[in-house]
Write a protein that binds this ligand. Structure first.
Ligand code: URA
Length: 276
């Protein structure tokens, strides 16, 4: 232990350290004092880690000049407004050729939604991955299976409508660009207006930023209620940003934060409505 070992910590520092250990999976204490098994020679001192070359940059649209999507946004707005129900909206999306992603390697089928069209919860993810692209449904790969398990544990299985900020798979599963999200946004907004959920669950930073029109990171957005407003300002829906299930697959220790977000959401959902 260094001079700032647990014995020298203030109560607040000790609390933070315990929270950090708990998050890392340390949930039981065997002895009162720490045992340095490396100094005792029971564990070989680990060799310095081999230098790992940085990963090859993911194919990313950021940094490249972005196409002007303003005409496509106007077209999407007109098509979305004309859709009187979800079926018409799905057909409009399927026929829409204004999103550049459609021609960048997606299997051509639009991935729009799954779930209950009258659901009180609408989950909005980032964009389809490979499995979703092949099967034409959002959140059906590994991340989607984790999402389903979490929703089931929260008693929300039949109470969700699931979609994404974009409807075609970004090549190499890169994050969709703000331009790609802007082109699909009128359809997403129309879906919200047609489903009229009581709350939105925004899965991941790319979804939360696009839906709440902010540059704030997901770690500071999550766990707090925000307000989504329809483009005409007529509809406001509480929105809860949370960590993306794909992130949770890589960082299982973060699951408890996502679970806390879900619990905050269900608490609001099931809160008895009190007339003003
Ligand atoms: N990730 C998403 O954000 N959406 C999906 O549909 C699948 C994975």
């Amino acid at each position: 232990m260094t001079p700032t070992g647990p014995a020298n910590l203030s109560p607040a520092q000790a609390e933070a350290l315990l929270a950090f250990w708990a998050e890392a999976g340390v949930d039981a204490m065997l002895f009162d004092a720490p045992v340095d098994r490396i100094a005792a020679g029971q564990i070989a001192r680990p060799a310095p880690p081999a230098r790992i070359p940085p990963p090859a940059p993911a194919p990313h649209a950021a940094g490249r000049p972005q196409p002007d999507v303003s005409a496509a946004v106007i077209q999407a707005q007109a098509l979305a407004e004309a859709a009187g129900d979800l079926e018409a909206l799905a057909a409009a999306i399927a026929a829409f050729e204004g999103c550049p992603l459609r021609f960048e390697g997606a299997a051509s089928k639009a991935v729009f939604s799954r779930g209950d069209s009258g659901a009180p919860v609408m989950v909005i993810g980032e964009g389809p991955g490979q499995e979703e692209d092949q099967r034409g449904q959002p959140f059906v790969g590994r991340a989607g299976q984790l999402l389903d398990r979490m929703l089931a544990a929260a008693g929300l299985t039949d109470r969700v409508f699931i979609t994404n900020t974009v409807f075609w798979r970004p090549p190499g599963n890169r994050t969709p660009t703000p331009g790609e999200q802007a082109v699909c946004a009128p359809f997403v907004a129309r879906a919200i207006v047609l489903v009229r959920p009581k709350v939105l669950l925004l899965a991941g930073g790319a979804s939360a930023k696009a839906m709440l029109n902010t540059t704030e990171g997901i770690l500071s957005l999550r766990g707090r209620w925000h307000e989504w407003r329809s483009p005409d300002g007529a509809l406001e829906i509480p929105a809860m940003p949370t960590l993306h299930p794909a992130f949770l697959l890589r960082q299982p220790a973060a699951k408890k934060r996502a679970w806390a977000d879900l619990m905050t959401l269900t608490e609001r959902l099931d809160r008895p409505h009190r007339p003003a």
